[in-house]
Design a protein around this ligand. Structure first.
Ligand code: MSP
Length: 469
């Protein structure tokens, strides 16, 4: 059994938004991988959190007629309760408004300033306040930010800069040699192409934004939210802002993110670590986006799907299954209530649910032996290593379909009466397979796995997935 540690992170989400299906997907994916590594007895740390500073949050608080502090406190609680509702088992929830985080960030920034990685100059640029990012002219479509359909503001101000350009060569080398592995490969190529244009130093201070971490060497400014946010991956492990001193579990073995934030991770985050003399993450996994009935999920369109809505209809494990089996490796995927309902009925109610109910019913009074084998499946391990989650579920579901067919072919309900000895033998094989399936689905559907084991033990049927309309 490998004794390696496993540190996995999700992006920390902006609290001006409600946790929606996109956030839920990344977080669920991390949860499954963390559970899988724990199941393999690896020392695992799974970090999540909320990104709570910056102009966007401040504006959202004002709109809600709340102080920033009250606003972020409320929103962070909502994220926590939604994650609890989805049965996400994280090890720490880092909030960037947390005092220890703020102090560590200030310490790190002071170090960078002392070492000459931060300097003062003028900045003029196109700033999209919704992204909290300066945009390059060629990022824009019809002069607008492509993600927010807004014309960015021209801002000229005296500002502090981070010497991102110093790290261009090292970053290129680390990414192209896979020391920092970016998957899928197409995303790695996209970043390498971007890096060819060269890296410019970036402004890391904001003069007119009060809601942020004050720069320790110039209190007129607050720190650019992305710098604040990236350091969460360190402070979430208790790091105190000291360069060269890595906290336990660091560096991340795997960092998950949507395609929208790969570029900043692959440049600013890596450069910060290099400047702070800390080791680089091993792997970034970039997943695709959900669209709803062909459209981007957006508040304006009014098609935002919330995890709570899904849970109400499909249950916790139903929701977990449906989301996890919807996105193919690195690809986008379109979903609709109709498609999800069909999938639920076919794969959960009729396939898995039916199999367990049939086998337990047939076994009543027979008590066939269950052989509890340990799962060792090289193919499965490889698929987990490659984060092919949908493919893993398909592999498990093939087993389930096979088992249902086996019951049919053998006419097991007749066989147990006509030839009890043979019937018992086949039933034993079937129950052992169901035991194996319960173990296989554990990281994905922990409660269902538990329920199946319980039913195997007691012989009491408990409908796993009632059919729905
Ligand atoms: N706060 C920054 C991240 C800082 S990390 C140091 C941020 N937050 S966010 O709230 O906008 O969340 C972005 C992430 O949400 C994406 O990277 C992705 O993980 C997830 N998703 C948001 N919408 C999504 C879909 N429609 N589909 C799938 N995931 C998407 O950016």
């Amino acid at each position: 059994m490998p004794e390696k540690k496993f540190y996995i992170t999700t992006p920390i989400y902006y609290v001006n938004d409600q946790p929606h299906l996109g956030h839920a997907y990344t977080t669920l994916l991390a949860d499954v991988l963390a559970r899988w590594h724990r199941q393999r007895k690896q020392k695992t740390f799974f970090l999540v959190g909320t990104d709570e500073h910056g102009i966007k949050i401040s504006q959202a608080a004002k709109k809600a007629n709340k102080s920033e502090k009250d606003f972020v406190d409320e929103k962070a609680k909502i994220f926590q309760s939604v994650w609890q509702g989805l049965n996400i088992k994280y090890d720490n929830f880092l909030r960037t408004s947390n005092l220890e985080h703020i102090l560590a960030v200030q310490k790190a920034i002071s170090y960078l300033k002392d070492k000459g990685f931060i300097y003062k100059d003028y900045y003029e640029g196109l700033y999209c306040s919704s992204c909290e990012q300066y945009k390059m002219a060629d990022d824009l479509i019809d002069g607008k930010c492509p993600d927010h359909q807004k014309i960015p503001q021209v801002i000229k101000e005296e500002s502090y800069f981070f010497k991102l350009s110093d790290f261009e060569k090292t970053i290129k080398e680390k990414i192209s040699s896979n020391k920092v592995k970016i998957v899928p490969e197409s995303r790695k190529q996209e970043i390498l192409t971007f890096l060819k244009k060269g890296l410019k130093d970036i402004s890391i201070s904001r003069k007119n934004v009060q809601w942020g971490i004050p720069l320790p060497f110039d209190k007129e400014y607050t720190l650019y939210v992305w710098i604040d946010a990236f350091l969460n991956y360190l402070t979430g492990l208790g790091w105190q802002g000291i360069a060269g001193k890595k906290p336990a579990f660091f560096p991340p073995d795997l960092q998950l993110m949507g395609k929208d934030i790969l570029r900043v991770h692959a440049t600013i985050w890596l450069a910060l670590l290099l400047a702070l003399k800390l080791p680089l993450p091993k792997k970034f996994f970039v997943h695709g986006y959900f669209t709803i009935e062909g459209q981007k999920m957006s508040k304006t369109i009014g098609n935002v799907v919330l995890p709570e809505d899904l849970i109400k209809k499909f249950g916790v494990d139903g929701t977990r299954y449906l989301l996890l089996s919807s996105l193919s490796f690195g690809q986008d995927s379109d979903i609709s209530w109709e498609k999800l309902t069909k999938k639920y009925n076919a794969e959960l109610a009729n396939n898995l649910g039916n199999l367990v109910a049939r086998a337990i019913t047939l076994n009543s009074g027979i008590k066939a032996k269950i052989i509890k084998t340990k799962i060792q499946n090289k193919n499965l391990e490889k698929l987990f290593e490659e984060i092919k989650i949908k493919e893993i579920l398909e592999m498990i579901w093939e087993k389930i379909s096979w088992a249902n067919k086996y019951v049919e072919e053998k006419k097991l309900w007749e066989l147990v009466k006509k030839n009890p000895k043979e019937g018992k033998k086949i039933l034993s094989k079937l129950l052992s397979l169901i035991f194996e399936i319960s173990k296989l689905i554990e990281p994905f559907m922990p409660k269902t796995s538990e329920k199946i084991l319980q039913q195997l033990k007691t012989g009491q049927i408990d409908i796993l997935f009632p059919r729905i309309k």
